[in-house]
Write a protein that binds this ligand. Structure first.
Ligand code: AMP
Length: 288
């Protein structure tokens, strides 16, 4: 396994691999790797010859400086996990490798799907995401990149960016990986106490409840939102940041459940911001 810090070296190696006819699979991460990340690696390996994983806590996507500073970091453990998974190249640049001080920022035009939800809660977040992902794509030059649906909106934003720029990169979405109890795996979970982890189970529980009502034929969006909110508020240690049910493609608000819808929320537990979501597929709706 090669560990590369320099962006120019990474780019050179990618170009050589491309010339040699190798298919490059890429999984960008912010490190503090967990089983969710490793599942993405395996997906990428199934569809490529060479797997490149990046470990980079991107400063520009944090709208809250202390969130950036407190973000869990474990480079030594990450490299061990990458080795165990047969990753071919780990790209772990320093911020100046990604953002050279003398380089001009290309203007970023965010697609409409970046504006609602996290776009509202975390101003500047998607500018940072689009900026870093496009820079990483230009350096790593992958044929394929895998992203997790835990960050559903992020996946849609990147999908629109790749379409808009006509980049020949296949994007592969990966479903949310959870603990056996249902908690969505996240690097941020490492910041929760045992009590906090137990409290966080309310997130998947409330999604399940909304989903089960939906499957029984409930189509009133306000009612489903209310159920989610009530279920989450049973845990007094949870502070709701946002709850939304929107069109799964456009991420715009909806009045009726006629097409697949995204149920998503963000909450704070012990000061840690956690997100979770599920998709309600209209084909699953049973007519009453
Ligand atoms: P991060 O390191 O949090 O930026 O995540 C890197 C990639 O892993 C992103 O595409 C995430 O959506 C994905 N990811 C993180 N947690 C999970 C999870 N529990 N299930 C599936 N994908 C995940």
């Amino acid at each position: 396994m090669k560990v590369i810090v320099s962006a120019s070296e990474m780019k050179k190696i990618s170009e050589e691999m491309r010339r040699a006819g190798k298919r490059i699979g890429f999984v960008p991460t912010m490190g503090a790797l967990h089983e969710g990340h490793l599942a993405l690696f395996r997906d990428a390996q199934r569809h490529s010859d060479i797997l490149v994983v990046s470990l980079f806590v991107n400063p520009t996507q944090f709208n809250d400086k202390s969130d950036y500073e407190k973000y869990p970091r474990d480079e030594k453990g990450d490299l061990k996990k990458c080795q165990g998974e047969g990753v071919d190249i780990v790209f772990c640049p320093t911020p100046v490798e990604i953002y050279p001080p003398n380089e001009k920022n290309e203007p970023i035009l965010l697609p409409p799907v970046a504006l609602p939800l996290e776009g509202l809660s975390r101003p500047g977040h998607f500018d940072g995401v689009v900026n870093v992902v496009s820079r990483l794509f230009k350096i790593v030059q992958p044929h394929l990149a895998v992203f997790g649906l835990k960050d559903y909106q992020q996946f849609r934003v990147i999908q629109e960016m790749v379409r808009e720029k006509n980049w020949e990169i296949t994007l592969l979405p990966h479903p949310i990986e959870r603990t056996p109890e249902g908690l969505a795996l996240s690097s941020r979970n490492a910041r929760l106490s045992r009590q906090g982890l137990a409290t966080a189970l309310v997130l998947s529980r409330s999604l399940k409840k909304a989903e089960s009502l939906f499957l029984k034929g409930e189509r009133n969006i306000q009612k489903l939102k209310q159920v989610l909110e009530e279920e989450i508020q049973r845990e007094s240690a949870v502070k709701i940041d946002s709850i939304a049910i929107v069109d799964a493609e456009t991420l715009q608000g909806i009045n009726e459940l006629k097409r697949p819808a995204l149920v998503s929320f963000a909450v704070f537990i012990e000061g840690v911001r956690l997100i979770d979501n599920c998709i309600l597929k209209t084909s699953q709706v049973r007519n009453p």
